[in-house]
Design a binder for this molecule. Structure first.
Ligand code: DSN
Length: 483
């Protein structure tokens, strides 16, 4: 990890002592923790939403800040003794504002889903509060009686949300019907052009004009292309919607200035939600950026949606945001995108079909039906060979969300290990080697199966041996020796 290296001896000794203490209470947890590092070191981690946080970020999470309750906001807590939590929360918010050029930052959400739910409630409070509450004779959401709540629920039932569909690459929380976001709103979804797999902004505009959403959600978990957020804002303005962008996946590319201008969501969206642990390479958690207009409503994340903030994670967010301000992080972010191009080209030149025929972010989405496999079969065969990916729907997927026809891969984690173009071309070769040598299996009754598969003899061992050569060249946490 060239830009994420260790102060070897010091950190090794810190972790060894920590693991001894853990082992004295529950040795199996200490053993699993050691094994997790060994497994992560020995596998090709290609899950697009995963990364390796720096030792500074990891160590910041393991402290007594974990023991402190701090509901409320900086300087306005429901518990005594929050002066140090105030310091780290203020630092994290200040770094996030500076890093992303945002007017306001809220760093309490525990996850991306918390961030999205908080943002939805904040937008409802901000947009619905005025007229509805005035009619109901209530000043703000905190003054609602039970009867008011009933009326509010009815009123909220008519609020509309338009987001990208799951199979086009959107997220569960973008209005997917089985998710709370698809229940609390009257939802509708936009997809991608069937011929190109790309967002069709004209079709989206037409749908928005017809549907008239309160919230237009942009952002994705499995769309391998950049989004024009300036155009998204134009569409939102045309229909009077609030533009909310979920940048959880690509926050690192925004922080690292790979996505700028129309591709940077912060100057265009009213509200931006994110996680801190994906391409941004921080601790597992969420955060929200917003314009001043929305800030008071977002600030009510606790108690509206959240409980006590995780102070140890907010402290680690401050550390991670400080890391992301550096020129080294900008180089890292550019490498993520360059490596994704190499991986996509390497897969395509070896005959793999990709959704949208390429990528221009950190995600590559393989359509493995061209190998005669479901996503589930491909994911399992790849894992047998030490290649860690996840199955994913492709647009209009005939195999549904469980078996799927796709495999999603991403470059943030291996780029953190220092993989470059040569290594990612080799990774493409290894993926194709596994997929070409995997056959769909049958059920015990002899019928075609979407889950079982047969991986050719010796393929897993051969791929693991070639992966080990790549991984050994780029060790994970190189100075860290666990006794
Ligand atoms: N689970 C995340 C991902 O893999 O994209 C999204 O929540």
């Amino acid at each position: 990890m060239s830009d994420n290296s260790l102060n070897g001896g010091l950190v090794s000794s810190a972790y060894n002592q920590a693991l001894e203490v853990i082992a004295s209470v529950e040795p199996r947890v200490a053993a699993a923790t050691r094994q997790e590092l060994a497994d992560q070191r020995a596998s090709l981690k290609l899950i697009a939403s995963e990364n390796y946080a720096s030792p500074a970020v990891l160590l910041t999470m393991g402290t007594w800040f974990s023991d402190k309750y701090a509901e409320g906001t900086v300087g306005h807590r429901f518990y005594a003794g929050c002066q140090n939590v105030d310091t780290v929360e203020s630092l994290a918010a200040e770094h996030a504002r500076e890093l992303f050029g945002a007017e306001y930052a809220y760093v309490q959400p525990h996850s991306g889903i918390d961030a999205n739910l908080t943002a939805y409630w904040a937008i409802l409070a901000h947009r619905v509060e005025g007229p509805w509450l005035t009619d109901a004779g209530v000043k703000n959401m905190n003054d609602l009686s039970e009867a008011d709540w009933e009326k509010l629920r009815a009123a909220l039932g008519n609020q509309r949300l338009l987001g990208m569909s799951l199979d086009a690459g959107g997220h569960l929380t973008h209005g997917f019907r089985p998710n709370i976001s698809g229940k609390m709103f009257h939802q509708n979804q936009y997809g991608t052009d069937p011929a190109t797999g790309l967002v069709d902004y004209d079709a989206l505009r037409a749908k928005a004009k017809e549907f008239k959403p309160l919230i237009l959600v942009a952002g994705y978990s499995a769309y391998p292309r950049r989004v024009n957020f300036a155009k998204m804002r134009e569409i939102a303005d045309e229909v009077g919607a609030t533009l909310m962008v979920d940048m959880a996946h690509f926050a690192g590319l925004v922080a690292g200035k790979v996505f700028t201008g129309d591709e940077d969501p912060v100057p265009h969206a009213h509200v931006v939600t994110s996680t801190s642990h994906k391409s941004l390479r921080g601790p597992r958690g969420g955060f929200i950026l917003a314009t001043e207009e929305y800030a008071p409503s977002v600030d009510r994340g606790c108690p509206m949606v959240l409980g006590g903030p995780l102070s140890h994670v907010m402290a680690a967010k401050a550390v991670a945001f400080a890391e992301a301000r550096t020129p080294e992080f900008q180089t890292y972010a550019q490498n993520i995108a360059d490596n994704a191009q190499t991986l996509a080209e390497g897969l395509m030149k070896r005959g793999t079909k990709l959704v949208t025929d390429g990528t221009d972010n950190h995600i590559v989405l393989l359509d493995v039906s061209s190998f005669g496999l479901t996503g589930r079969q491909a994911e399992s065969a790849l894992l047998d060979a030490g290649v860690v990916t996840n199955r994913n729907s492709v647009p209009a997927d005939p195999n549904g969300a469980w078996y799927t026809s796709g495999i999603r891969v991403g470059t943030p984690a291996l780029t953190s290990r220092g993989f470059g173009a040569d290594e990612f071309d080799a990774v493409a070769d290894l993926i194709v080697e596994v997929l070409q040598n995997t056959q769909a299996g049958t059920t015990s009754a002899g019928a075609p199966s979407k889950a079982s598969y047969v991986l050719g003899d010796g393929v897993a061992d051969k791929v693991r041996a070639r992966s080990a050569e790549l991984l050994d060249k780029h060790p994970l946490y190189p100075g860290l020796d666990l006794a």
